[in-house]
Design a protein around this ligand. Sequence first.
Ligand code: N01
Length: 493
Amino acid sequence: MSEPLSVAIIGGGFAGIGAAIRLKQKRIDCIAIFERGREPGGTWRDNTYPGAACDIPSRLYSYSFAPNPDWSHTYSGSAEILQYIERMVDDFGLRPLFNFGHNVSGVRWDENASVWEISFDGHPPVRARAVVMASGPLANVSFPSIRGLDTYEGHKIHSARWDHDYDFTDKKVAVVGTGASGVQIVPELVKVARSVKVYQRTPGWALPRTNFATRQATKDVYRRFPATQSLARNAWFWGHESVALGVVWNSPLTRVVEAVGKLHLRRQVKDPWLRRQLTPDFRAGCKRLLMTSDFYPALQKDNCTLVTWPIARISPKGIRTVEGIEHQADVIVFATGFDVSKTGTPVPISGRDGRILADEWSTGARAYKSIAVSGYPNMYFTFGPNSGPGHSSALVYMEAQIDYLVDAISYALARNSILDVREDRQREYNVDLQRRLQKTTWNSGCSSWYLTEDGFNATMFPGFASQYVGQLKSVDYDDYTTSEYRPAEQIEL
Ligand code: N01
């Protein structure tokens, strides 16, 4: 049997690419990235809807080990972010590591051989001494379970699987959902469609998003003096840390965030009725803040209507709301988010002693520091349980995870050992985490994708980004049990 891979990375988006770069920089050979798509890029390859952009400043929404002096704006659009990702793949020589079209069907720990066995649809299995699960929390789209959805005779499009062949010109469009994706799509659709009806179930808190073009002189400074890029990144980092005080916990500063949101609404919407429809009834931060300066103006265009009556059903010709009106639509855009129920376990993962991760996580996902799970040795998660930032860049959290897992993997490979996080440490960590989560805004009563139907929060980290990064600064090997790596052929039967 051929030698196992040193590391198998599952997922070729931001996290998988970052992990591969750092592993290569540690001179770890024999790495492979398994990607179900045909291109790298993950969420930024998939989310190409009109208006798709990042609402975190690009300097913070990028890796510190791959700075980009050329960001065109404060906030980048999805095409520019995808270019950045593709450039990393080429600059760091990652193309040969990619195995595209590899949809993982299962990951199983083989105790006898001390390796993970990874199976695929339509490809032979591979073995690896360590696995990085980098499949992303927002990889699987969610269509709402609205009655009659299958009976609709028009065109259906999900925001994260945009149909670029569909021509919206002069069409009657319905948009369901007004979360981060919906508020970016609507301003673009009103420019081309005959009419746009926006179906809002819950109005969200929106803050202004002012996007400046980066001047060439600034780019030149960044290029000539790379330290200035770190300074700019740090400035954004600490700026966002201060925002945490207003949105992670219910505090007097939450009122300040809400006052900014109300002022933004008052400035942009003059009609009192419309303003009332758009005023949230939950604490700012409980759902993700919306960063937009063009959603409210788009709603007030002559060809746009906000529909706040709940949807009763979808009919063959459009959408019927509860007061009995049937709104005809040529196309329905579902900006209804993602199925996060399988986050971390998009495929069956079985660990030591026949443990099945999906079963263990059926009452809520739990991991040690979001990254390792007891009974699943030499396996690390990016964007695992409770690693979501409510106020900062996902990339900051991802970079901390990557540096931690790369250290742990290189330690294990160099010593021929298997690291398995201790169950007691994992339990203590999660008891403390859930206690802290009770005091956060996310648990203050609204419903969001951050919480399970039972109200369990397996998504967010209850603290500052600096605390999250700090807890992953170095690996404490006392947190792990260590056993010897014994390839099958060395074991005497
Ligand atoms: O999805 P969402 P999203 N009937 O789940 C509504 C990231 N992101 O794709 O609030 C009617 O937030 C639902 O209503 P309600 C970011 O992490 C980042 O917009 O549940 N409506 C809501 O309005 C974000 O958090 C960027 O009452 C229904 C919407 O659909 C995550 O992606 C940009 C419904 C879903 O909102 C998800 O955002 C875009 C129903 N049956 C996205 N079911 C950046 O800029 C659902 N809805 C980085």
